[in-house]
Design a protein around this ligand. Structure first.
Ligand code: HPA
Ligand code: ZN
Length: 326
């Protein structure tokens, strides 16, 4: 339909995308074969049959083990290259991509191989598809604050390749405050800051308050539970904070897309953006997410265009480079 073509053609920035969440079953098989790894599932259908998530925890239980096929710098390069190619085909011009180094260093893969492979893909994709890629180092919140700090220290020599610091994985029992010192250090080193405030978590409002008031993030990932607290909504609005929402992901980790919440926040003037989160697992890249939300909430092209504009305004492009898209 017209709306589908419009959503694909709109120039967009993607701001909430986990590179490890772009591992399609076909690439997983190819990497397993290359690295001599025997997988339990033998067909793409068998792999997809394990994607019966009903919450964040059940998703993460499938997500982390799958990363075992990622071993060499070339593997990480191939993963990011495939995503950037796909993203460019859906109208993405700029992607600020999370990567989870601890999910790899904790199983013996050197940090340099991870970031070196990703960096190589960014350079190639820029030349071949005209898409600009950037990296956000994401800390796994279910590991310790000490491991987080050690990972930040390991990343410092690669500072020029990393835009900012994020926080993901299982939120339960792992509030933002646990990582206050790590994020303060990252800020002092010049990194921009964002944190996941996942959907409908216990203590969600308190965690959102911590990321805004205490950590003083530059963006919030998900964060749609803020709709329950007018004071925080006004604070986020006053600061022009971006929110990276992920409609199709929401429908997997909760029982709905949270379209009412997303659209309410957009119409209250928050800098709401639409993103794909872990597209290989949730079955939709960024334009698919625009379409899914538009169909669910009956949005027209003006509001889709607003969401795309927001994606550049909430991006961490420098003002000069950002204005080229607006
Ligand atoms: N939330 C928490 N952890 C994650 C996510 C997410 O959306 N995606 C990948 N790891
Ligand atoms: Zn995420």
């Amino acid at each position: 339909t017209d709306l589908v073509a419009f959503a694909h053609g709109l120039p967009k920035a993607e701001l909430h995308l986990h590179l490890e969440g772009t591992l399609e079953p076909e690439l997983k098989f190819a990497l397993a074969a290359r690295n001599g790894i025997e997988l339990a599932e033998k067909t793409v259908e068998e792999v997809r049959a394990t994607y019966n998530f009903h919450d964040l925890t059940s998703f993460l239980q499938v997500y982390y083990p799958a990363m075992g096929v990622l071993q060499t710098a070339e593997d990480f390069r191939d993963l990011a290259y495939a995503y950037l190619k796909k993203a460019a085909s859906q109208g993405t011009r700029h992607a600020e991509m999370f990567f989870d180094p601890q999910a790899h260093t904790s199983r013996g893969v050197p940090f340099a191989h991870v970031i070196g492979g990703y960096r190589q893909a960014i350079i190639e994709a820029r030349a071949e598809f005209g898409i600009q890629g950037e990296l956000i180092l994401c800390i796994l919140r279910d590991f310790s604050a000490e491991f987080a700090m050690a990972t930040l220290m390991e990343a410092l020599p690669y500072k020029d390749w990393i835009l900012g610091l994020g926080l993901d994985s299982d939120e339960r029992g792992n509030p933002p405050a646990k990582f206050a010192a790590v994020f303060a250090r990252a800020k002092a080193e010049g990194f921009l800051l964002t944190m996941h405030c996942d959907i409908d978590q216990e203590g969600s409002i308190e965690n959102i308050r911590q990321v805004i008031e205490d950590i003083q993030v530059d963006r919030i990932d998900h964060g749609t539970n803020i709709v329950e607290n007018d004071e925080l909504v006004e604070a986020a609005k006053a600061r022009g904070l971006g929110f990276t929402t992920c409609p199709i992901s929401n429908s997997f980790v909760t029982d709905q897309m949270k379209s009412d919440e997303i659209v309410a926040l957009l119409r209250r003037g928050l800098k709401v953006t639409i993103n794909s989160d872990d597209p290989a697992y949730f079955g939709g890249y960024v334009a698919d997410n625009y379409v899914a939300l538009a169909e669910k909430a009956d949005l027209g092209i003006e509001e889709l265009a607003q969401l795309a504009r927001n994606s550049f305004e909430a991006s961490w492009l420098t003002p000069f480079r950002r204005d080229a898209y607006l």
